[in-house]
Design a protein around this ligand. Structure first.
Ligand code: AMO
Length: 468
């Protein structure tokens, strides 16, 4: 459980009032939050207060609090922020009904004083407690209010936990957290899809991936690194899973090949899922999301801790399976979401797709020696990780031999001289290395059941949206 140290405005969170209620009964607390609703006229009033950690009912009696304060609260608009001081008391349990299990005890605060922090203007542009369907665009236009909705708030609390548990696992395997520049002079993932910018008098770009820099760190002897940071892609896609700014969770690992880093990835994901399944706060967030889904007639999300190792289906086998299932695909084609649906019939959760054709992978990927039978085509040590139909990760062993690397650049119509800062890192000794990049929003979609990747980003950037 999180431990909240009291702050200038409150002694306890509302989550604590409920979880530590038994020990707090009869003690004085100061709480603060958004007023979700108020009920009662005359000499009493009940306020439903919410602060993101939980909800608590505040009970106001004219005798305790005075006529003026009671009147202020009774006239207050929904979502205004209020601070109360009062005494914790156990709420009267609801009347027992046959066949209905008795709920755990709940606690309320009997107020002795109130302080209006900020009054909310009415009407609200977005209902915070409504369960009626609201278009995603309206939600994103009013994101600060959308975030107050408990199931949306829960999603971002889960996002933080995913990153926390991911970091924990990598730290425990000897990785160190790093940061690489986002303003760069050259492309990373091929020459297209770049956002140009002006850097004083020099043309520059927003980086598409930490790829080249994380590899330079291997040449620099850092050994095992990870980075969680923004990546920018000027892709014109307008789909449920593409963003123009996303958070890329990257690793790079020396003295390792593709299989080694697939192992690191599956252990990290297993650790994240396992830890979430044992974390009471996370389970409460999932329950909150499921309560909302029930109001929308949506299936509850289910947290299935994946077994290790994850299934591996080589690219060649994947093409064969897709063809067998009637998909239109040829060796050498990318595997799009529709064709992945055919794979997902038997692999609904996490699975690796190793050994892609070299021609489909970037110049920095290591090829597998020799050609593929009579085709004359080459396989690579590049892999993807999918969850059902969606790609979550790309990675692979990298080409560390400078002569082959320069050939790869030329084969892909890239000018090695433009990549001199990168190629130089292979000129003075370099360990073999491998790594991957995981799309944080994509994995969040899988955990939270979000149908659109934008739901998992606070302020998403897509072709039409740059504000807020
Ligand atoms: P790649 O380009 O496949 O590989 O990206 C890695 C992962 O990042 C996520 N992703 C995206 N998420 C949302 N919107 C987008 N437009 C978007 N593009 C990518 C996906 C994807 O699997 N340098 C390599 C990684 C490596 O080899 O280490 C790279 O960037 O989940």
């Amino acid at each position: 459980m999180s431990h909240y140290v009291p702050t200038a405005y409150r002694t306890h969170t509302l989550g604590e009032i409920q979880s530590k209620g038994a020990e707090l009964v009869d003690s004085e607390v100061t709480i603060a939050g958004f007023m979700e609703a108020n009920r009662g006229k005359g000499a009493i009033c009940f306020v439903d207060l919410r602060d993101g950690t939980g909800k608590t009912q505040v009970f106001l009696k004219q005798d305790n609090i005075g006529e003026e304060a009671l009147d202020l609260v009774q006239r207050m608009t929904r979502e205004s922020t209020l601070q109360f001081t009062g005494t914790v008391s156990e709420k009267r349990p609801p009347k027992a009904k046959e066949g209905v299990p008795t709920p755990p005890p709940a606690y309320e605060v009997v107020a002795t004083s109130v302080n209006l922090i900020a009054r909310a203007e009415a009407p609200l542009p977005l209902g915070v407690t409504d369960t009626v369907h609201v278009a995603l665009d309206t939600r994103l236009d009013n994101r600060f209010l959308d975030l107050r909705r408990t199931h949306v708030n829960a999603m971002f609390r889960l996002r933080g936990k995913v990153l926390q548990y991911g970091r924990d696992k990598l730290n425990s395997e000897g990785f160190i957290e790093t940061h690489t520049p986002k303003i760069v002079a050259t492309a990373t993932e091929g020459g297209t899809d770049l956002f140009p910018m002006t850097y004083f008098e020099t043309p520059a770009y927003l980086n598409q991936s930490p790829q080249l820099f994380k590899q330079l760190c291997m040449s620099g002897g850092l050994g095992r690194i990870y980075e969680i940071g923004p990546a920018f892609r000027a892709e014109k896609h307008d789909t449920y899973r593409h963003l123009n700014e996303f958070i890329s969770f990257d690793i790079e690992c020396s003295w390792a090949n593709d299989e080694d880093v697939m192992g690191i990835l599956e252990r990290m994901i297993h650790h994240i899922w396992q830890s979430i399944s044992e974390d009471e706060e996370c389970l409460a967030h999932i329950a909150t999301i499921n309560q909302f889904r029930a109001t929308q007639d949506e299936e509850p999300i289910e947290l299935i801790v994946p077994e290790l190792p994850f299934p591996r289906v080589s690219y060649c086998d994947a093409i064969r399976i897709i063809k067998e299932k009637g998909g239109k695909i040829e060796w050498g084609d990318d595997i799009d979401a529709e064709n992945s649906d055919l794979l997902a019939v038997d692999l609904p959760q996490f699975y690796f797709l190793p050994q892609w054709p070299m021609e489909l992978k970037p110049f920095y990927i290591h090829h597998i020696e020799g050609e593929m039978g009579s085709t004359g085509r080459q396989l690579s040590r590049g892999f993807d990780l999918n969850f059902g139909r969606d790609e979550l990760t790309s990675g692979g062993q990298r080409e560390h031999r400078i002569d082959v690397l320069i050939e790869n650049l030329k084969d892909m119509d890239l000018d090695p001289e433009e990549f001199e800062f990168y190629v130089a890192g292979f000129r003075h000794g370099v360990p073999p290395h491998a790594g991957w990049g995981l799309g944080v929003e994509r994995i969040l979609m899988k955990l939270t059941g979000a149908k659109n990747v934008r739901e998992t980003v606070l302020f998403p950037r897509d072709r039409k949206r740059i504000c807020p």
